[in-house]
Design a protein around this ligand. Structure first.
Ligand code: ZN
Ligand code: ZN
Length: 589
C-alpha cells in the first residue's frame, strides 16, 4: 500500500479528532473517520490516481461508499499542494499534545475535550500532573476507577514507548539489509540484535557487515533516503536515525573484517545474558570470548597483542569450540539454552493451515473464495473460516441464523475447490463468565471452534482464570484464540494463572493460539515455553482479515520459536489427515 494513502488517512483521522475536540457537529467527525478508513483499505495509490487525471480520481474516489465529493476534492488538494487547508486550520485550534491524550486507551474525544476545556489539560504531561486532582475524577464520565485505568495506561505506555514493534522494525530492516547486501564487494551482512532474536519490540537496529569496499557501504547507509540524522560516521561504526512509514529508530552499522564476522554477529545479536553465559563457559575452558573472536589465554584484549583467534569467522565454529551446537538466535536469552540440545524450531514453511480467518460475513475484507485462494497461494492444505459471534457487534458478529447460512455458503465453497479444504468454523466469544456465545447445538455443527476473549479484558486474574478454564473445558472448543487479549505496548489484557490454563489445555486437548498479528503476539514467547512444558498443543494463526494479513505469519513463528516450538506440537504444521481427524474427534465426541 502506498504511503500517500496512509498519510492522507492520518490527516483525515486528525481532522475527525480535531472536530470532536472543538465540539463540531459529530456527523462531520464520523464522515472524516470513514474517509480515513477507506483510504487505509484502498489498494490503489491516490497520489498516482490524481497525478494521472484529477477528475477521474474524484469520480473513482466518490464511487467508494465512504467518500463524498468534498472529501475527494480535499484528497486532490493534498496531492497537488502537499496539504489540506481545512486540516491546517483545525490543527491550529487544538493543542498538538491533545492528540497524544486521545491515544491513551479509555480516553475518548468527549473526555479529552472536558479535560482541556475545564482543567486546561493540553498534553499527557499535563494529565499526569493532575491524576491525583479530585477535579479530574469529578469530570463527567470520569470517576475514580477511570482515573486509575488512565494512570495504569500511562505507566504502561511509558515503559514501552521507546521501542518499535517487531512488525514495523522487521520489514524496514529486511529492506535495508537487502539493499546494502546487494552492493558490490559485500561478503556478509545481516541484522543482529533483538530483531534477529525475534523479540516483540525492538530498541534499535544493528547491522553487521564484512565487505571489500567499506566506504561504498558506509555511504549508502548514511545517505539512505530514510535517514533523518547521521549520529556517527566512523571507519568501523556508523549510526543514523531512520524514519520510514511512521517508524523512527536508530540504526547502527558495524563494519568488520570477514575473518571475525561470526564473532561480531554473535556479540551484537546478544542477548547480553546469553553472551555472559558464553564468556563464562569460555573462561572455564581457559579461553576468552569477545567481539573479535574466541582466544586462548586470559588476556583482556588478546586481539591487540596480535593473537590469532581459535574461532571467529562463523558463529558455528565459535559454538563448536565451546562444545556447543549452534543455537538459534531466538533461543539466546539465558533460559537454559546452553544446557539442552536446541530443538528443531518451527519455520514459516512448516505451516500448512490457517485456522483463524475472517470474511466479509463479519469484519473481514475477503470473500470465502478469496480466502481460499490466499491459502492455496501459500501452499496450505486447509483454511478455516472463523467469523465473529453475535457479541462482537462492532465486528458484525453473526447471529445464529446468519451463522447457519454462512456455514452452508462455506460448505458450498468447499465443494467447489480441489486443492484446499475450507473448514466451516467460528471465532466464538468467550463471554466474561466463561460461557460461549453460541449454544452447544450450534457449536456441534462447526468443524472448528476458536474461542477468544474480546471484552471485559480488565477482569481480575481470578475472574480471568475461571473464565478461560471454563472455555477450555468446553467439549467443543479446539483452540483458545489470543488467550489474554493483550495489545503489545498498548493494553495489558487478562492476567490469568497461565500455568492453570496450560494444565487444563493439556488435559482437555485444546490448542492455545499464538496470534501472529504483531500487535497481539498472544500467547507471548514465555507462555509458549510454559505451554510446551505442560505438553500443550500450539496453534499459530494470522487472524487474517485481508489477503496481506497472511504475511503476518512470520511474527507468530518468530514468537513461537522464542518459546522453543517444534513443528510436531503445532497443529497448523500437521498433515491434513492428522489435523482433520483431530478436529473431527472433538466435534463427534
Ligand atoms: Zn479475536
Ligand atoms: Zn479473529
Amino acid at each position: 500500500m502506498a504511503s500517500t494513502n496512509q498519510e492522507l488517512a492520518r490527516i483525515f483521522s486528525e481532522m475527525a479528532a480535531a472536530l470532536e475536540l472543538t465540539g463540531a457537529n459529530p456527523f462531520r467527525a464520523v464522515s472524516n473517520n470513514r474517509v480515513a478508513r477507506e483510504l487505509r483499505d484502498l489498494t490503489e495509490d491516490v497520489g498516482a490516481l490524481v497525478a494521472e487525471d484529477p477528475e477521474t480520481a474524484v469520480a473513482r474516489l466518490t464511487a467508494l461508499p465512504g467518500i463524498g465529493k468534498g472529501s475527494a476534492q480535499k484528497i486532490v488538494e493534498y496531492v497537488q499542494t502537499g496539504g489540506i487547508d481545512e486540516h491546517r486550520k483545525l490543527m491550529a485550534k487544538v493543542p498538538r499534545g491533545l492528540f497524544e491524550v486521545l491515544e491513551i486507551p479509555g480516553i475518548g474525544p468527549k473526555a479529552a475535550k472536558a479535560m482541556w476545556e475545564q482543567l486546561g489539560i493540553e498534553s499527557v504531561a499535563d494529565l499526569k500532573a493532575r491524576l491525583d486532582d479530585p477535579a479530574l475524577a469529578a469530570l463527567p464520565r470520569m470517576g475514580k476507577k477511570t482515573v486509575e485505568n488512565i494512570r495504569r495506561a500511562i505507566l504502561f505506555s511509558e515503559k514501552t514507548a521507546a521501542r518499535v514493534p517487531l512488525g514495523k522494525a522487521l520489514p524496514l530492516a529486511i529492506a535495508l539489509r537487502d539493499e546494502l547486501a546487494a552492493l558490490p564487494g559485500v561478503r556478509r551482512l545481516e541484522y543482529a540484535g533483538s530483531l534477529r532474536r525475534g523479540c516483540e519490540t525492538i530498541g534499535d537496529l544493528d547491522f553487521v557487515a564484512a565487505c571489500d569496499d567499506p566506504e561504498g557501504v558506509r555511504r549508502r547507509f548514511t545517505e539512505h533516503p530514510s535517514v533523518t540524522q547521521v549520529l556517527a560516521h566512523g571507519d568501523t561504526k556508523c549510526s543514523v536515525r531512520l524514519e520510514s512509514e511512521g517508524v523512527a529508530i536508530q540504526a547502527d552499522l558495524r563494519l568488520v573484517p570477514e575473518a571475525v564476522y561470526g564473532a561480531a554477529l554473535l556479540y551484537f545479536t546478544g542477548s547480553k545474558e546469553h553472551n555472559v553465559r558464553l564468556r563464562e563457559r569460555a573462561i572455564k575452558r581457559g579461553l576468552r570470548l569477545n567481539e573479535y573472536g574466541l582466544f586462548r589465554g586470559s588476556e583482556e584484549r588478546p586481539q591487540e597483542q596480535g593473537k590469532k583467534p581459535l574461532a571467529a569467522a562463523t558463529e558455528e565454529e565459535i559454538y563448536a569450540a565451546l562444545d556447543l551446537p549452534w543455537i538459534p538466535p531466538e533461543l539466546r536469552e539465558d533460559r537454559g539454552e546452553l544446557d539442552r540440545p536446541p530443538p528443531r524450531l518451527i519455520e514459516v514453511g512448516d505451516v500448512k493451515a490457517e485456522l483463524h480467518a475472517h470474511t466479509t460475513a463479519s469484519d473481514g475484507r475477503m470473500s470465502i473464495a478469496e480466502l481460499a485462494a490466499c491459502a492455496r497461494e501459500r501452499g496450505f492444505h486447509t483454511v478455516a473460516v472463523t467469523d465473529h459471534s453475535p457479541s462482537q457487534v462492532i465486528a458484525n458478529g453473526l447471529s445464529p441464523e446468519r451463522l447457519l447460512d454462512h456455514l452452508a455458503a462455506v460448505r458450498a465453497a468447499n465443494d467447489e475447490v480441489r486443492d484446499v479444504t475450507i473448514l466451516a468454523g467460528s471465532e466464538v466469544d468467550v463471554l466474561p463468565d466463561g460461557r460461549l456465545d453460541y449454544d452447544d447445538e450450534l457449536l456441534r455443527r462447526l468443524d472448528l471452534v476458536v474461542a477468544s476473549p474480546h471484552a471485559a479484558l480488565r477482569q481480575s486474574p481470578a475472574e480471568a482464570t475461571a473464565r478461560l478454564l471454563k472455555a477450555i473445558a468446553h467439549p467443543r472448543v479446539h483452540v483458545i484464540g489470543h488467550p489474554t487479549g493483550r495489545i503489545v505496548g498498548r493494553r495489558e489484557g487478562l492476567a490469568p494463572d497461565m500455568a492453570a490454563l496450560f494444565a487444563a489445555a493439556a488435559e482437555h486437548d485444546v490448542a492455545l493460539e499464538v496470534n501472529a498479528n504483531w500487535l497481539r503476539l498472544d500467547l507471548r514467547d514465555v507462555h509458549v515455553r510454559g505451554a510446551l512444558d505442560h505438553g500443550c498443543k500450539i496453534a499459530i494463526d494470522t487472524d487474517a482479515h485481508r489477503p496481506e494479513h497472511f504475511d503476518l505469519l512470520i511474527y507468530g513463528v518468530l514468537t513461537a520459536r522464542r518459546g522453543g516450538l517444534e513443528a510436531a506440537s503445532c497443529i497448523n504444521a500437521w498433515p491434513a489427515e492428522k489435523l482433520h481427524a483431530w478436529l473431527a474427534a472433538k466435534r463427534d465426541a
